[in-house]
Design a protein around this ligand. Sequence first.
Ligand SMILES: Nc1ncnc2c1ncn2[C@@H]1O[C@H](COP(=O)(O)OS(=O)(=O)O)[C@@H](OP(=O)(O)O)[C@H]1O
Ligand SMILES: Nc1ncnc2c1ncn2[C@@H]1O[C@H](COP(=O)(O)OP(=O)(O)O)[C@@H](O)[C@H]1O
Length: 204
Amino acid sequence: MEQTSSNVKWHAHSVDHAQRVQMKGHQPAILWFTGLSGSGKSTIANAVDALLHKHGCHTYLLDGDNVRHGLNGDLGFSDKDRVENIRRIGEVAKLFVDAGLVVSTAFISPFVADRKMVREMCQEGQFVEVFVDTPLDVCESRDPKGLYKKARKGEIRNFTGIDSAYEAPVQPEVHLKTADQSIEASAQHVVDFLVAQGLVTLAE
Ligand SMILES: Nc1ncnc2c1ncn2[C@@H]1O[C@H](COP(=O)(O)OS(=O)(=O)O)[C@@H](OP(=O)(O)O)[C@H]1O
Ligand SMILES: Nc1ncnc2c1ncn2[C@@H]1O[C@H](COP(=O)(O)OP(=O)(O)O)[C@@H](O)[C@H]1O
């Protein structure tokens, strides 16, 4: 993004990132859930958030539909708006990481380049891409909001998987196949990855 604001300076703060992280007792991270509408991003991210919270992690959940009511209420679903949507979410998630939290984000985030851009904003190991891999026909049969039905009838245009692209992750840190895996198993899979990476330790 081109920087248009001028005469702005970066302030050094008295309390730094390392001090904030030390207080939490776990490492900060972005758990970036990506997948088609209805794939299970929100459901699984919510289950992961609850598990981590239960074990004493300071977490936050940024969810697609909710953020589009506020921060990104001015954006639609053209490719250009989706790019800006993900850029803003990336910046917000980065602030949560700076504050020391484990932040889960549940956005379709259809483009490889945008997910890479967010990864590059993070320190090594802090960006965990979670591919919620659910075939289109399964998402469509779930259709939790009735949006696929509308998209098939032409009532919604640029719908991901129908007439708008979804670029699957090439090497996600976590790959969930929800057609064969329960919500609980998927959430545990994500938490197990975080533990294995030493990002969190689970308090009883
Ligand atoms: N055209 C179109 N395409 C895809 N999705 C649509 C569309 N119109 C509305 N919705 C609803 O918006 C949710 C997706 O928003 P996101 O911010 O995650 O999208 S994106 O990352 O910018 O592509 C998505 O939510 P999820 O179902 O949770 O993915 C839909 O409920
Ligand atoms: N194994 C599964 N994993 C995740 N979600 C599942 C699974 N089986 C059924 N579902 C259902 O699929 C729907 C997924 O919706 P949601 O989480 O809103 O997806 P997204 O956020 O990707 O649009 C939910 O109603 C959820 O209960």
